[in-house]
Design a protein around this ligand. Sequence first.
Ligand code: G3I
Length: 478
Amino acid sequence: MSNKTVPDPRRLMARPGPRAALVSLAVGVLAAGAALTFASSANAATTLGASAAERGGRYFGAAVAANKLSDSVYTTVLNREFNQITPENEMKIDATEPQQNQFTFTNADRIVNHATSRGWKVRGHTLAWHSQQPGWMQNMSGSALRSAMLNHVTRVATYYRGKIDSWDVVNEAFADGNGGARRDSNLQRTGNDWIEAAFRAADAADPTAKLCYNDYNTDNWTWDKTQAVYRMVQDFKSRGVPIDCVGLQSHFNSGSPYPSNYRTTLSSFAALGVDVQITELDIEGSGTTQANTYRNVVNDCLAVARCTGITVWGVRDCDSWRSGGTPLLFDCNGNKKAAYDATLSALNNGVTPTNPPTTPPTGNPTNPPTTGPPTNPPTQGPGGCSATVSLNSWNGGFVATVRVTAGSSGTNGWSVGMTLPSGASVTNAWSANRSGNSGAVTFTNVSYNGRIAAGQSTEFGFQGTGSGSGMSPTCSAS
Ligand code: G3I
């Protein structure tokens, strides 16, 4: 169905093999079914999965908890309505590798078998993440952690090879708020290339699964976090890093509402040559308002040819991680809500899919948006800035995290200089360009974090050998 419905020539040239063969097959299937017809009300599909399948072979899935598979109300709804599953917690690192190099797949297998025995797709969630790490991993750093992370990716992706439609290879690696920086974490501190290293390991272990980057607060096209993820995917595609898809979690509520430019976000990512999937959809609310937002989300996905599927984050409201917000399609008794009717009707009515735009849409970050993020856009022109450094040191090495704070008029770019102590040198840096590796070293902003609103901050980091104590950074802004 949705697998690689539109081939990416760069990806295919770079990586021939089983993945390329699958793409060719999928393209043929798509061509054969190019004349999409939408169901008349007389023979409209009556379930979410069946209707989504009729919309260009999309899926409609749900996050599933293994311990609920013995609940007959739950499984009645699940088995009737959906054709894709994401394990809600059972494939996370703490679940699959609770002790280092001791892997446990029992609960994840229950979910995978439930899906594959019915011909449904499975989304693997997730191979590398700063959260839900087992204790042994939380206490690791540096090259030992990098190796452990890559070993985990390799072992889990190998175990499930051939059973996973899409893997969330890396989850939630970007920070919220202005600046578009990477999230600080033990994985990030192993070096900025940890994400692409994880993708390469997943690709080697399972060449047929689609490999995705998954995050939240990446729904609004104007937000710095969205733009930062976009730039990373753009960079990966230009350098041949194996990435096939971007997952938008899309947890919507009054604090993080459905944005009117959601369709632009979906189509902009798709235009990079990746599939886009709505991976953890839930919309807090009730009645008509909630139903209309579900309808909008479905219509936006259907309007983008490479939006290949939607997964809701749970089956019934009571199954939700945010059950108080009643964010799902079924009430606690398994009855269909107004949101369900709107979702099914939007799927059945269909929206004519469009091909990805051949030119980037307005506001594409290769020309940074002039309007800036929704709050506190930086003013134009030079302004002051300051920088502070914090150290995580061990015998013979350190990781420095540098916080750059804009002065009263915001920055369009920044440069931070500091002198390393005698005998210290930089081995790698992230979220900044660097000149020099010992003595006087200068760091400048990268494309996505030069613009800082007045009073706001961004962070970059570097790893070094020797002692980093006593560094005193200075900052100049442009
Ligand atoms: O099962 C144990 C139970 O035995 C124990 O008594 C109880 C005590 O707290 O914990 C239970 O485990 C909880 C688990 O959910 C199952 O309910 C964990 O504490 C709790 O941390 C865990 O929360 C999960 C959360 O991720 C953790 O980060 C949610 O279920 C899950 O829905 C949520 O999913 C995340 C996605 O992975 C990534 N995107 C955001 C999304 C929502 O937070």
